[in-house]
Write a protein of this length. Structure first.
Length: 266
């Protein structure tokens, strides 16, 4: 599977879902209400809507330094970005920084830890759309047959399985924006309040995408989009020359996310 086709490793969608694409209606006024400046506000927005936008989490100097290191020699990119990026020291340092860990622990508890990072590099030379979906696959240390888990796959030597809702509710993604996300460069779009509906079928996602007004997540450079993996989301192709680089970092509430199912660090 090409990394850039769906902005996660392991999503579920159907031809019916693909046919409706990412929709066309926008609700920019609603986007603004999701911006969160204080901890009570962003926690409430994540719990209620499934996502929140936090501005100025990192400094411009930190973003510049990270981008320089990611573009340096020895860092292997594919067409859409970098998979399994937690093995890159600057990425691991950002993921474990106090500011991001405070957000993750504020939602997941004191034992939260980063488990996977992916760089998405959308540009005029590498452009894609992402159909409506949920992020349901998690990296795991070893394969164990457990109720609700599967199907299984291996990506770059790492075990993956589609997880049940009880495990996915213990995961939070923090999307660090290395560039401004604008209305024209393929921002992430979400269907608010869908994260509490469990793991949905293709038909259920299709129906919700037709009924629910989407929200475009316009996030400034240095900002973070915090989101639950089960919130339904998508993105359109970029129509801009402005790149849209996002470092997508996933956190789990603990190493053992469901009985004896231990997450892998990727």
């Amino acid at each position: 599977m090409l990394l850039g086709r769906r902005e996660c490793d392991g999503t579920r969608n159907s031809s019916k879902n693909a046919a409706i694409g990412t929709g066309s209606s926008e609700t920019p006024h609603h986007t603004q209400t999701i911006y969160s400046s204080t901890k009570p506000m962003w926690k409430e927005n994540i719990e209620r809507h499934g996502f929140a936008i936090l501005q100025d989490i990192l400094t411009s100097e930190e973003i510049i330094g990270l981008c320089e290191q990611l573009d340096g020699p020895g860092v292997r990119h594919n067409r859409a970005g970098i998979r399994h990026a937690l093995g890159i020291e600057p990425v691991a340092a950002i993921a474990r920084s106090q500011r991001l860990m405070d957000i993750a622990k504020g939602i997941l508890g004191s034992q939260a830890l980063p488990i996977r990072a992916t760089l998405f590099d959308k540009s005029p030379l590498s452009n894609w759309l992402v159909v409506w979906h949920q992020d349901t696959a998690l990296p795991l240390r070893e394969r164990r047959e457990q109720s609700g888990w599967g199907p299984w796959s291996i990506k770059d030597g790492v075990n993956y399985a589609h997880a049940p809702a009880r495990a996915l509710e213990k995961v939070l993604a923090l999307r660090v924006h290395l560039d401004d996300s604008t209305a024209s460069n393929g921002p992430l779009r979400v269907l608010p309040d869908t994260h509490r509906l469990g793991v949905l079928t293709d038909d259920q996602i299709h129906a919700l995408a037709e009924q629910t007004p989407p929200v475009s997540c316009i996030v400034p450079r240095c900002g973070v989009l915090a989101m639950r993996p089960l919130v339904i989301h998508a993105s359109s192709k970029s129509t801009s020359k402005i790149p849209r680089r996002v470092l997508h970092i996933e956190y789990a509430s603990s190493r053992f996310i469901d009985d004896d199912m231990e997450v892998a660090i990727a």
